[in-house]
Design a protein around this ligand. Structure first.
Ligand SMILES: N[C@@H](CCC(=O)N[C@@H](CS)C(=O)NCC(=O)O)C(=O)O
Length: 213
């Protein structure tokens, strides 16, 4: 059985939505961030970055949320959460998922934790935080423009794991000055995806019962 090492609302959320949607049994293993368990010697053996999530699939330990999502899609193509390999639609799916994890997610991380770059320099921290928020907002605008022209999902009428990934990031981004939901087409996507029973179950199993994003 799959084991997903998680902490509520962390980057395990997108892989977990996929697990719920494909209907696979899986075990959730809490990584207690309160005691820094993500940096414990046992956890570092499966994730040398000391970050959450990690998926364990028999002998395979896999880190990076997007890689976990892609692995699950490869293992369960019948779930239809990504277009067929080798098609233009699949290429666009890779584009959006990579954009989400590589650009938007990273900028949100810097916005949430600017001091990881600036240390105790308060003035630098404020500048970095503001810059990261502006860059994240610009990325959200790119997504909004794409959805306005090609929505309601990243791949038009077809739901894919990229839509789940945006839900995860949108939850983190709620405190932004212009949060994801302030953009009408992103809001429409978030409404549709968070109404799915699989997505609600994924968050409920993490203990999140309030509005997702
Ligand atoms: N790129 C990684 C990022 C993972 C990540 O930043 N996880 C955060 C929680 S959302 C974490 O583990 N933070 C704890 C720490 O950095 O010590 C992924 O997508 O899996």
């Amino acid at each position: 059985m799959y084991q997903l090492h998680y902490f509520p609302s962390n980057a395990n959320a997108a892989p977990q939505m996929v697990l719920e949607e494909i209907g696979q049994a899986y075990e959730l293993v809490l990584v207690e961030r309160g005691v820094n368990a993500q940096k414990s010697p046992e956890y570092l053996k499966i994730n040398p970055n000391g970050r959450i999530p990690t998926l364990v699939d028999d002998g395979l330990a896999l880190f990076e949320a997007a890689a976990i999502v892609l692995h699950l899609l490869d293992r369960h193509p019948e779930a239809g959460l990504a277009p067929k390999i080798g098609t233009p639609e699949r290429a666009k799916f890779y584009q959006w998922l990579t954009f989400l994890t590589n650009s938007l997610q990273e900028e949100l991380m810097i916005w949430q934790y600017p001091d990881r770059l600036t240390g105790t320099d308060a003035a630098a921290t404020a500048v970095v935080k503001q810059g990261a928020e502006a860059r994240a907002a610009a990325y959200l605008d790119v997504i909004e423009n794409h959805l306005a022209a090609n929505g309601p999902f990243f791949l038009g009428n077809r739901l894919s794991a990229a839509d789940f990934y945006l839900v995860m990031l949108a939850r983190w981004a709620r405190p932004m000055t212009n949060p994801p939901r302030s953009r009408p087409n992103i809001a429409k996507l978030l409404d549709r995806v968070t109404a799915l029973p699989s997505v609600r179950r994924a968050y409920e199993r993490q203990g999140v019962t309030e509005e997702i994003c």
